[in-house]
Design a protein around this ligand. Structure first.
Ligand code: CO
Length: 142
């Protein structure tokens, strides 16, 4: 049997055009609080993490026209963008995807927001949903 490599749902990412409006909606409607907010230059996004129990809703909004999230918004509109699964070892989980013949977006793990190490799996391999493998730094599991 294959060992379970996914330890938690780290975040559910939702692409939005107006991140402040989305934060206000989650806060005003559900009382959800922003735990972390960050500009991720490399990916051309601003993100806000809203705490939900042990996981987050991650609101992502493009900071430039050519960012993947900007292209996603113009092609598909606002909505579910990806699911981030927490893993103990991002490189090992990525290797498992490749070993199973899966297509990856990141050939090797790379830095994500809040000090994480991440890699994306292509939605063509994961049944239409973009999957992110998220390794949280030791001692910072939450
Ligand atoms: Co993410």
């Amino acid at each position: 049997m294959t060992a379970l490599l996914l330890t938690e749902i780290d975040h559910v990412a939702i692409a939005v055009r107006d991140i402040d409006a989305a934060i206000a909606w989650y806060g005003g409607t559900f009382g959800a609080q922003v735990a972390h907010r960050e500009l991720v230059e490399r990916d051309g996004v601003e993100e806000a993490l809203l705490e939900v129990a042990e996981s987050y809703v991650q609101l992502v909004s493009p900071t430039r026209e050519d960012s993947p999230v900007a292209r996603f918004l113009s092609a598909r509109g606002e909505g579910l963008h990806h699911v981030g699964f927490r893993v103990a070892d991002c490189a090992a989980a990525l290797q498992a995807v490749k070993r199973a013949g899966g297509r990856v977006i990141d050939e090797v793990p790379r830095p994500g927001s809040r000090g994480t190490t991440i890699a994306f799996v292509h939605p063509a391999s994961s049944f239409g949903t973009l999957v992110e493998l998220v390794q949280v730094p030791a001692g910072r599991e939450m």
